[in-house]
Design a binder for this molecule. Structure first.
Ligand SMILES: Cc1cc2nc3c(=O)[nH]c(=O)nc-3n(C[C@H](O)[C@H](O)[C@H](O)COP(=O)(O)OP(=O)(O)OC[C@H]3O[C@@H](n4cnc5c(N)ncnc54)[C@H](O)[C@@H]3O)c2cc1C
Length: 437
């Protein structure tokens, strides 16, 4: 195992950095056990793409990206077992090569499976990625391996556990037969798409709305399962659409100094990049997941029950359209749908849920981005939950009000990690525990 000493850990968008004493690159479960066992304080990191401060900040760190093998397939059960440092894109390519899919994918393929599961990563029109686990090995604070299967009660706590109950090592996913989606995209007025959400969720196999703040429009993406041989005349819109992110970066360059610029920039971006329609077909992965990004960004995301969403949306829209509060929001706010589950720290615990993203295209000035504060205030008021990997300021008290199983999770965490080995300062605040790094 490789070890480096006394370095600096920096997150992908350079917004978080920490000094560390020891950093280990592990490539086997045994090495993972050994380092966890001997360390006093430890965090594990994957591709460092989280906006929240959850992946570092302890004297010892483990880089899990070289622990990335596909271990086995079970053809009759359509399962695949992998090491938790595997990159999502590599996992999906292996799954597709078998003629299978994982039927709900996030819009990013560079993250590790361990990072994705720990933080409740999700796509749309399906369940959290964690819900497709049938079995996993968890390395506990004492270095022992705990095998948890979908039949064990513990699985409801483990599926989304921020790496504070233990470290995922081997993970088995249940897959489904691959399918082809016929995808249609185009703009709609808010007064049209908002009332149609439930009807569209019934009608389509995939639904995602890129809401365009300060334009009164949403860009609606639907997908329907079709026979792979069905002919679809591909229309990907004008060639210049691929420059959207670069154009956004330029238009928003001074929006931290003059936030109102955002409202004008959004109208221009709508006209240039969201006013045409598109039509195409492909697998869920090929047709809907972004494969490359030109620049970094900073993210927040909040989730709320499907029934309450229209109320929250109207209040949010009124709030951010007030020129007085500087809460102008960059394009787009990603609206997606996650179906209910039983996972304690899941956004969709016991109810169907809408998730709403909030992006700052300028990561370096994210601290001055008032929109993050306004969206948090409104979503919390209605019982919304923050995405674990993204930016929010709510701590133990606020979180205990929105998570039914919060106290059960805290109790279990203390039982499995009595010395708070897996808590960095940020997580210690989240769980209201005293700790040093
Ligand atoms: C451009 C972009 C797009 C995104 N799109 C989506 C999206 O569509 N949907 C969505 O839900 N999220 C999305 N995210 C959030 C992303 O999925 C999470 O930030 C994810 O955790 C990143 O994975 P990572 O490998 O970078 O993990 P890291 O940021 O390195 O780690 C995240 C957390 O996981 C823990 N961890 C890592 N490995 C393990 C392990 N083996 N066992 C236990 N804990 C572990 C770390 O300690 C840390 O707490 C997006 C983020 C970005 C930057």
């Amino acid at each position: 195992m490789k070890q480096s000493k006394n370095g600096v850990w920096v997150s992908w968008n350079e917004n978080i950095s920490y000094n560390y004493k020891s950093l280990y690159k592990i490539s086997s479960e045994e090495e993972l056990q050994e380092v966890v066992k001997k360390s006093k304080k430890i965090r594990i990191f994957g591709n460092k793409q989280s906006s929240s401060n959850i992946a570092s900040g302890t004297e010892t760190l483990i880089d899990i990206k070289e622990y990335n093998k596909i271990l086995s397939y079970n053809d009759s059960e359509q399962t695949i077992t992998v090491q938790s440092g595997i990159i999502l894109g590599d996992l999906i390519e292996a799954v597709e090569a078998k003629g299978w899919c994982i039927p709900c994918l996030p819009d990013i393929n560079t993250i590790t499976i361990g990072g994705a599961l720990a933080t409740g990563t999700h796509g749309t029109s399906g369940k959290l990625l964690s819900e497709y686990i049938t079995k996993c090995n968890l390395i506990l604070a004492d270095g022992s391996v705990k095998v948890v299967t979908e039949k064990d009660d513990l699985i409801d706590a483990v599926r989304v556990s921020l790496g504070v109950l233990g470290v995922f090592s081997e993970i088995t996913f249940k897959c489904e037969p691959i399918y082809t989606l016929h995808v249609k995209e185009g703009p709609e007025d808010d007064s049209v798409w908002l009332p149609k959400i439930k009807e569209r969720l019934q009608k389509h196999d995939f639904l995602r709305i890129l809401w365009l703040p300060h334009t009164d429009k949403g860009y609606v993406i639907t997908g329907d399962k079709i026979d792979p041989n069905t002919e679809v005349t591909e229309d990907l819109g004008p060639k210049y659409l691929k420059h959207r992110r670069t154009a956004s970066k330029i238009l928003y360059k001074y929006s931290h100094v003059f936030p109102w610029i955002t409202a004008i920039a959004n109208k221009l971006l709508y006209r240039g990049f969201f006013s045409s329609t598109k039509e195409h077909k492909g697998s869920l992965y090929q047709a809907t997941v972004t494969k490359s990004r030109g620049s970094t960004l900073e993210l927040a995301e909040w989730t709320i029950g499907l029934d309450v969403f229209p109320t929250v949306f109207e209040e949010l829209k009124a709030e951010i359209n007030k020129w007085s509060n500087k809460s102008f929001i960059h394009i787009p706010m990603d609206v997606r749908f996650v179906y209910k589950d039983k996972t304690w720290l899941s956004y969709a615990y016991s109810k169907d849920t809408v998730t709403m993203g909030c992006v700052s295209r300028n990561a370096a000035t994210a601290d001055t981005y008032e929109a993050f504060k306004s969206i948090e205030k409104i979503f919390l008021k209605y019982g919304g939950k923050p995405h674990w990997a993204k930016r929010f300021i709510a701590k133990d008290e606020a979180l205990s009000k929105v998570y039914t199983k919060w106290e059960d999770f805290k109790f279990l965490r203390r039982e499995l990690d009595p010395t708070n080995k897996f808590l960095n300062p940020y997580l210690a605040e989240i769980f209201n525990e005293k700790t040093t790094n």
